[in-house]
Design a protein. Structure first.
Lengths: 472, 301
């Protein structure tokens, strides 16, 4: 009996220490920094397609696969290098505090919220086209950490972390993309514009002869121009450009006169969807208006983080000391649980990829203060039970069971407030709500389960003096 | 300690504090500064925060901004250290860049030392709506949850009335201390509500339990005993939470301070309202309901 409980006690301690170690160091972290430009290099170059006619009976055009022109590759890679230099820290490991994704207000960067300027609510397809266009633009600029996401029905949030020369970049991102079909010179550079992107009426992915393809349709003007273009370029490539960036370069195998074309190739569903979205974005049915702009200098962000971490550390130490001095033995056990809680919270934060924002750090620290609440409720109950003449073990059992309803109801109502915040908040406030929700759930787990296991183990080992548990 | 007997004293103290907040709103408004220190998220506009790295007078900055954009900033504030906060009407990208460049050139600071924000009127309108909506929605949800869990509407109603009290006190602190009212406001006020209801529920949980031994309608002893039994917990939890929030206030940067101050106020007033207000409101509501019921049944007889 005693041996089993010593084992349980040691097991919990080892797990807690393990969590602390993971939270402090992380798993698989390498102390070097890498540039992410290599990865993105591929993204630009692996796009290839073939152009064939769509209509049944028409001969299927055979596509010669081409590699991207060298100049485009070089340019993009170079851009990537300069943009990400010194801003991308190694985040290859898991679980450590350094692996936590930091929000823009902590690591510096820019976010812009755009709104579609359109009278009616844009369709999901229009929005995905616009998002694809913006993603394309930030990628092309070399900001590979950038995130483009939809917010509400008609807004798009673009977040670019680690940007210093924000103003110059931001200026161009919101402009409407210009999609063109161009002739290609022998050296791979873009030649004359053959068809303008505004004449593309639709682009979508489809399945044809068991292969995934991208269908293209042109309006009347576009169909005529495309007919000329394909007639004059049989056997040659036509480049599809987003602004100056080549997104696909299919080879024409015969003239397409009906304004309906299909690009084939060895697409995956995602690649086909992506290409279709990019082409659609060239004929974006609305322009984008910047509603909100926010740029945080990297140095200021780092300052905010370090001071908040210091504040958090001091707060934790004060809470740990308070619990120990006030509740003695249970206090010590609660402290172990609290250290476990803090580490577990860090590990989960870094594994889930929740962005830690400045209000999020505050939520995390606030959560520590609130996490001990459940323990305080339980310990006060246990003390009452002991003073009422119960044995230590009965007091522990009664203490937990009587405290349960208060802890559950109290935390659920707090979660209601957080849920409302998650629903109505945007940006950093969402991060705050996520962090606080996580804190509350994890704290209930550590207070109700970890502390209980520890208390029972210690009581079973034979530490039964009521005084140690706060009795008179 | 007889909480119920002294209820009018406690409610009076709360009324005075809430009135103080309202008075400072009116006072500020009359002085033409606006009832609150609205940040650009609520008014629309551009804010430029920069660490100049050396002491510069406000007038000098103001003149520089005026030279660049043709208009002096609407608000200029010296922050901790050598940081300055410049607020103007909403600027377009070009003007914004021009102002930033002028400051960079003159004081030799880098881009990394700037925090620039621009909020359009559309967002600021939504912000106001969301702030009110979030408090209302949270209160209604809590009212429903508590009423169902405690099988007693009066419990839900008194808990939520205590929350309204807290919301008013925190709002008053924004006016009194001129804390910038920005998107952190929504987070701060909902945190306070979530914290305060937690404390209130611990007390009502005891009332729920004590009703079995003291009798369902023995209102006065019920409240007094339950508050007494939970008093240590209420104080200690407030203390631990206060430790963490206070250290955020003491060591944090400006934007964290603006967040930690109202939450500190909220932690104190949430504790106060849980101990002294929520139970008393329940006492009054329940007594009134019981009297009404008894009157009705005696009339029938």
């Amino acid at each position: 009996m005693k041996g089993k409980n010593v084992f349980i006690l040691l097991l919990v301690l080892v797990i807690t220490l393990g969590l602390v170690a993971v939270a402090a160091v992380g798993v698989g972290n390498v102390p070097s920094t890498t540039s992410s430009s290599d990865v993105q290099y591929e993204l630009v170059t692996d796009e290839n397609g073939e152009l064939v006619t769509d209509e049944s009976g028409q001969p299927q055009l055979k596509i010669a696969e081409t590699t991207e022109p060298q100049s485009v590759e070089g340019e993009t890679a170079a851009e990537g290098e300069t943009a990400t230099e010194g801003t991308t820290e190694a985040r290859i490991g898991y679980g450590g505090y350094r692996n936590i994704k930091q929000g823009l207000d902590l690591k510096g960067g820019v976010y812009i919220v755009y709104e579609a300027e359109k009278d009616s609510v844009p369709t999901a397809q229009e929005m995905s086209a616009a998002i694809s266009m913006l993603q394309q633009r930030v990628d092309y600029k070399g900001y590979f950490d950038a995130e483009v996401s939809q917010e509400g029905d008609k807004r798009i949030r673009v977040e670019i972390p680690g940007v210093e020369d924000a103003a110059a970049v931001v200026e161009e991102i919101g402009e409407a993309a210009h999609l063109t079909f161009r002739a290609m010179n022998d050296d791979g550079t873009p030649g004359d514009i053959l068809v303008d992107g505004t004449n593309v009426s639709d682009a979508d992915k489809a399945v044809q002869n068991d292969a995934i393809v991208v269908t293209l349709s042109f309006d009347t003007v576009g169909a005529a121009a495309f007919s000329d273009a394909t007639t004059n370029n049989i056997g040659k490539q036509i480049g599809i450009y987003m602004d100056d960036m080549l997104i696909s370069a299919p080879t024409v195998n015969s003239a397409i006169t009906n304004g309906q074309a299909v690009i084939t190739g060895s697409f995956t569903t995602e690649e086909a969807e992506d290409l279709a979205a990019k082409i659609r974005a060239g004929s974006l049915p609305f322009s984008l208006k910047a509603l909100e702009y926010n740029a945080v200098g990297a140095r200021l962000g780092a300052d905010s983080l370090s001071t908040s971490v210091k504040a958090g550390a001091i707060g934790i130490v004060l809470v740990l000391l308070f619990m120990l001095l006030r509740y003695r033995l249970p206090g010590l056990l609660a402290d172990i649980a609290l250290v476990g809680y803090t580490s577990l919270n860090i590990v989960i934060l870094s594994l889930t990829g929740i962005s830690l924002t400045l209000p999020g750090v505050a939520g995390f620290i606030l959560g520590i203060g609130m996490a001990v609440d459940a323990n305080v409720i339980i310990f006060e109950r246990i003390k009452e039970e002991i003073n009422g003449g119960k044995s230590v073990k009965t007091a522990i059992t009664n203490g937990f069971s009587k405290a349960l309803s208060a802890i559950l109801d109290g935390n659920i109502t707090t979660l209601i407030a957080c849920a409302v915040l998650l629903w109505l908040g945007t940006g950093p406030i969402k991060g705050f709500a996520q962090t606080l929700i996580l804190s509350i759930i994890v704290s209930m787990f550590t207070a109700l389960i970890v502390t209980r296991i520890l208390l029972y183990a210690v009581a079973n080992i034979g530490v039964k003096s009521p005084k140690l548990y706060g009795g008179k | 300690m007889n909480i119920v007997k002294n209820r009018f004293i406690y409610i009076g103290i709360s009324a005075v504090i809430i009135l103080l907040g309202i008075a400072s709103m009116v006072f500020n408004a009359v002085q033409g500064k606006g009832a609150f220190n609205y940040d650009i998220q609520f008014t629309g506009g551009t804010s430029i925060q920069v660490d100049l790295g050396k002491a510069v007078t406000d007038d000098e900055i103001s003149a520089l901004v005026k030279d660049t954009m043709g208009e002096a900033p609407a608000q200029l504030q010296a922050l901790e250290g050598t940081k300055k906060l410049i607020k103007t009407k909403s600027l377009d990208m070009e003007t914004r860049n021009a102002v930033q460049k002028a400051i960079m050139d003159k004081y030799g600071v880098e881009e990394g030392s700037f925090t620039i924000q621009d909020v359009s009127g559309t967002i600021s309108g939504e912000m106001k709506r969301n702030a009110i909506l979030s408090v209302v929605v949270a209160c209604i949800c809590m009212l429903i949850y508590v009423s169902i869990r405690f099988k007693d509407f009066n419990t839900g109603a008194s808990a939520v009335l205590a929350l309204c009290h807290d919301a008013l006190v925190v709002l008053g602190s924004y006016a009194l201390f001129r804390i910038p009212l920005n998107n952190n406001f929504i987070a701060a006020i909902l945190t306070v509500l979530g914290y305060s209801i937690n404390a209130t529920i611990v007390i009502f949980d005891r009332v729920r339990e004590n009703r079995k031994s003291l009798g369902r309608n023995n209102f006065e002893p019920l409240i007094n005993l339950s508050v007494k039994q939970t008093l240590t917990r209420s104080l200690f939890t407030s203390l631990t939470t206060f430790f963490t929030v206070a250290s955020l206030y003491v060591f944090g940067v400006d934007s964290i301070k603006q967040f930690a101050l109202p939450i500190s106020v909220g932690v104190i007033c949430g504790t106060y309202s849980s101990i002294f207000i929520a139970g008393n409101i329940w006492y009054m509501l329940s007594s009134a309901a019981l009297n009404k019921k008894q009157n009705r049944s005696s009339k029938k007889k």
